[in-house]
Unconditional design. Structure first.
Length: 329
């Protein structure tokens, strides 16, 4: 069988002569087939790369959504905890009012129920539901107590029962001591209750008072008590807790140093530590809390004078003591 060829003419530029290059036909078929295979291969690789880019983008989007959901969940947990603290604090206040005005029965039971904290191992859904119910129930009972107190519906057969667990301070001091002094004097930057978080700007419940003052300012005990704790505590950095007996404790956060250790007896006005900026803090200040049966309450209800009045009184007392010492023979 006669072979078939393609003739390719190649011209030389130097002399312009043409040269014939015979190419067998089956070589041409092989070249075309190789070109097609190469084209399909390149197209397949490009498609695979495009799909990989789409999957990568989708994965990044899912990961971003997961991080956003995780942050939202953390915020919800914080809000649920804040509601628990609010409900417990309001329930504690209602209990104190009921003891003051002599209520008992249904109201006291309802208030006690509202003041029960949520267990740490409960589910987020049940915790959030309980928190909302307890908070609403505490508000209702507080309004009921206030209304009954105004109209004079008192029941004298009520007997106030102290906290069943005696502390070391109860034994040493023989009863509860009232934290009636400011631990430091300075500028009040945050009060008890709702406020904007200084780090993220979102609403948050503040369980105490923030008092800004110079770094290293001495902190004075607001009442007699026993040092229950003096050590590290996460967001509060260096934390001190004083047990005043009767279920009353005071908490001091962000300290730079301690002047006493756990177990020591402290008297009102005695230096227990020094102001600092340890932990989650934006500057030197003291975070001060008052807790009743481990539930935060507003410290203002125990303070008998303003910071200015206390500072003036202490200055007058110091000047009087100095004058007495100079006048002594």
């Amino acid at each position: 069988m006669k072979k078939r060829f393609y003739i390719i003419f190649v011209a030389r530029e130097a002399d312009g002569r043409l040269r014939k290059v015979p190419v067998p036909l089956h070589y041409a078929y092989i070249f075309v087939a190789a070109a097609l295979v190469g084209a399909f291969t390149i197209a397949g690789m490009a498609g695979s790369y495009s799909r990989m880019l789409l999957k990568t983008a989708s994965f990044d989007q899912v990961r971003s959504q997961r991080e956003a959901l995780r942050k939202d969940y953390a915020k919800l947990e914080v809000q649920a905890h804040q509601k628990d603290v609010q409900a417990a604090s309001l329930g504690s206040l209602a209990t104190q009012i009921s003891a003051l005005y002599g209520f008992h029965g249904r109201t006291s039971k309802a208030v006690s129920t509202a003041a029960v904290p949520v267990l740490a191992n409960s589910s987020p859904d049940s915790s959030a539901g309980f928190s909302q119910q307890a908070y609403a129930r505490s508000l209702d009972q507080f309004a009921e107590l206030r209304t009954a107190a105004l109209v004079g519906h008192m029941e004298p057969q009520f007997t106030y029962q102290p906290h069943p667990f005696a502390t070391n301070a109860d034994t040493v001091l023989g009863g509860s001591a009232t934290p009636s002094l400011w631990p430091v004097t300075g500028r009040l930057t945050s009060s008890f209750g709702e406020r904007s978080d200084p780090f993220n700007g979102e609403g948050a419940f503040h369980a105490g008072l923030d008092i800004a003052t110079s770094y290293g300012t001495p902190i004075h005990a607001p009442a007699d008590g026993v040092i229950a704790k003096a050590g590290p505590a996460g967001g509060y950095g260096r934390e001190m807790i004083i047990d005043h007996g009767g279920g009353v404790t005071t908490v001091y956060g962000h300290l730079s140093a301690f002047a006493m250790i756990a177990g020591q007896l402290v008297r009102q006005g005695q230096i227990v530590g020094y102001v600092g900026s340890a932990g989650r803090s934006t500057g030197p200040h003291l975070h001060y809390e008052v807790r009743v049966n481990n539930m935060p309450v507003n410290p203002h209800k125990y303070l008998r004078e303003t910071m200015d009045q206390q500072e003036t009184r202490m200055a007058l007392a110091a000047s009087g003591a100095a004058g007495s010492s100079r006048g002594a023979p």
